[in-house]
Structure formats: structure tokens, C-alpha cells
Design a protein around this ligand. Structure first.
Ligand code: GN1
Ligand code: MG
Length: 359
């Protein structure tokens, strides 16, 4: 859950970076559901300040190191002119580390990429294509670096059987008596055997890459000058993973006419032009780094992420909203219903997605 920030805490965090609170303006930033993020403005510079959610990231030091390693790889690739986007490394404190530890919480500071903006919803197939190319370029670039240096920061993060087990545990425990309010959503999940076994089957055949694992459209910075992607951000969940997951999360956050928490799901439509643009650009962007079986897996990945993220929202609803930031009582339930609707719509167009991928 989101916590309020005390001035004392802030003064101390900023002092690690030799920043004086009297010179800084601090405001909440972005729409992340896990960490708490602020923009810090001094008269001549802007920063992103983040408090790491240590309930989700139970090993914050490992997280800081993972992120640092990925940034180092990206900076190396930029120097070799192999990566055309910007890196966003964590700034070193006066103590020579990449984090500030204050009252048991880990914080980090990053330079704000000047002249950049994020989007919550894709505006055109062209924009979707640029986003997919950027994420493909990110993974393709990292493919030449040593993947064993990247830890599995949240074990089983995108492992569907694990997520279903967590859901079952939440149903059995029924911690705050919400199972009765979520009967139809639970039954819907439990009826998806065929899809669940298709995922298990394809997963056993796929190679691992260093993937981003949170390729939401708002984890990309666009340039105010060119309106093109300028940086892939939120590297917290970078770890060994499957391409289908990264593709699936792009589909999940780009093709729906509704935001992920919009309860008016009967009005949801999917944009097939955006879906086609994502498919073509992602496969094209990966070029020889994607195998035939991986291409095939993208079709299932497009359905997997809405389903799995829906399962995670539903689990958190039943557990009493401990994981994702929420603004009201039924927020996680609304999100789950929304994601299952998206999964349903994507299931209906699976042959069309197949066609886009094979083109
Ligand atoms: C979380 O922090 P944010 O908003 O980028 C979550 C993702 C979910 C997403 C759903 C570490 O991402 O896995 O897909 O919310 N991140 C983590 O909007 O659990
Ligand atoms: Mg994010």
C-alpha cells in the first residue's frame, strides 16, 4: 500500500545525494502500482526519486544490483553504438552506493530524462509499432550480455501455475470474506484448463532471454522533440524470461479501448490495427534473435498476460489488497474483471493474431 512521505524522511534521503530540501520541489510522479515515485526538482535539474516497495521486492539490494547490471550493459551498448535509446542508471550517493537506506527502506535516485513524457494509452498503430520496436531493441541488445548475471528477482513472476496456486491459496484462506463477491471471476479462471495446458506445453519448449517483464506502455519514455521512444524504464523486473511475456504485456496495455481498471467492460473493444502493428514491429525488431517456436508463442502470450495479470489482481483482491496500490475497495476486482474481458476478446481473435505474426 502507498505510504505518505514525511519531511524528515525526505530530508534524510536527499542528504545521501547531497541535495538540500530547501532547494527541492518534490511531487508524486507516474502511475506505478508497486514502488512510490516522486519527481524532485532543483533550480537546475530534475530527478526521479523512488522508494522501493520491500514487500514486493524482498531483496532490495539484489534489485539495485540487477538494475545496475542491466544499465551497465545498456551504457556499454550505447558506447558501441549498438543501442539507440538512453539508459537511466541509479545515481551514486555520497557513500558510494546506488541506494539510500533510510529507516529500513531503500530509495534510489535517477536523472529525469529531459524533454520526455509517458503515455497511458497508445494513440495510433504507428506509435504502437515504435513501442514494440523499442522493447524488441532492448531485449535484442541485452542478448549479447551474460544472462547469468541477472538474478530471478521475483521467482516464478510469470509462471502461470504458480499464480494459479496463489489464487487457490487466497480462495481457501478467504482472509476478509471476499470470495462471495468474486464467485463468477473465480469460476471463470478455473474453467480455463485448455489454455493453461497450452501455456505449460509451449513454456517447456522456449529459450530464456533477459526480458523486461513489465512492458506496459507507461514504462517507455517518449521524446517531446521527436515523439519517438527515448528510453525503456522500470527495469526492476528484468530477469530471465520468455519473449511471449514481453509481447503479451504490450498487447495487454496497448490494444484495449479501456484502461486496465475501467469497470465498464461491456464497452471494451480491441484495436486490431494496433495489434497488427505490435506483432509486425516486435518480430521485425528482434530479427534473427527470435526463433519460429518463439514466434508461435507470441500468439499465446497475447492472451497469457491479460489472463495472468487478471489472476494476480483477483488474488490480491481476495487477500485484502496487500500487493498493488488501490484507490478503492473493489479496485483489484474491477481490474481482474477488466483483464479477463480482454483475455476473452483476444481469445476470439487468436487466428487473426496468428496471421499477423506469420506475415
Ligand atoms: C505492476 O509497478 P508497475 O505498475 O509498473 C506489476 C506488473 C503488473 C502491473 C499491472 C513488480 O507494474 O507485474 O503487470 O503492475 N509489477 C510488479 O498494471 O508486480
Ligand atoms: Mg512502471
Amino acid at each position: 500500500m502507498e505510504q505518505t512521505l514525511s519531511t524528515r524522511e525526505l530530508v534524510e534521503v536527499l542528504s545521501h545525494y547531497e541535495l538540500d530540501i530547501n532547494d527541492c520541489k518534490v511531487e508524486p510522479l507516474g502511475n506505478g502500482l508497486i514502488n512510490t515515485t516522486y519527481q524532485v526538482r532543483t533550480p537546475d535539474k530534475k530527478y526521479v526519486l523512488q522508494k522501493i516497495n520491500n514487500q514486493v521486492f524482498t531483496e532490495p539490494l539484489l534489485l539495485i544490483n540487477n538494475t545496475q547490471y542491466v544499465n551497465r550493459c545498456l551504457i556499454d551498448a550505447i558506447e558501441k553504438q549498438q543501442y539507440q535509446l538512453t539508459a537511466t542508471p541509479q545515481i551514486t550517493t555520497k557513500h558510494g552506493v546506488k541506494y539510500a537506506l533510510v529507516n529500513g527502506s531503500f530509495w534510489r535516485l535517477i536523472n529525469f530524462v529531459t524533454n520526455s513524457y509517458t503515455i497511458e494509452q497508445v494513440e495510433s498503430p504507428q506509435q504502437a509499432a515504435m513501442a514494440a520496436e523499442a522493447f524488441a531493441h532492448f531485449t535484442a541488445t541485452l542478448s549479447v550480455y551474460d544472462a547469468t548475471q541477472v538474478d530471478e528477482i521475483i521467482p516464478d513472476f510469470h509462471h502461470l501455475p504458480f499464480r494459479l496456486q496463489q489464487l487457490q491459496k487466497a480462495i481457501d484462506a478467504d482472509m476478509i470474506g471476499r470470495v462471495k463477491h468474486a464467485k463468477s471471476l473465480i469460476e471463470f479462471c478455473q474453467s480455463q484448463h485448455k489454455f493453461i495446458s497450452e501455456i505449460a506445453d509451449i513454456s517447456s519448449k522456449l529459450p530464456l532471454h533477459i526480458t523486461h517483464n513489465d512492458t506496459k506502455i507507461n514504462n517507455l519514455l517518449f521524446s517531446k522533440d521527436t515523439d519517438k521512444p527515448i528510453a525503456v524504464i522500470d527495469l526492476d523486473t528484468c530477469m530471465p524470461g520468455f519473449l511471449m511475456n514481453d509481447f503479451g504485456d504490450m498487447v495487454r496495455t496497448c490494444v484495449s479501448s479501456l484502461a486496465e481498471d475501467d469497470p465498464n467492460i461491456e464497452h471494451m473493444e480491441i484495436d486490431l490495427d494496433v495489434l497488427e502493428a505490435l506483432s509486425t514491429a516486435y518480430v521485425g525488431g528482434l530479427a534473427n534473435k527470435i526463433t519460429d517456436i518463439e514466434k508461435e508463442s507470441l500468439v499465446l502470450g497475447a492472451r497469457l498476460l491479460p489472463f495472468m495479470v487478471g489472476v494476480r489482481f483477483l488474488t490480491d483482491y481476495l487477500d485484502g489488497d496487500n500487493y498493488f496500490h488501490v484507490a478503492h475497495n473493489s479496485h483489484n476486482k474491477d481490474r481482474a474483471a477488466n483483464q479477463f474481458q480482454l483475455y476473452r476478446l483476444l481469445t476470439q481473435v487468436q487466428p487473426t493474431i496468428s496471421g499477423f505474426i506469420k506475415q
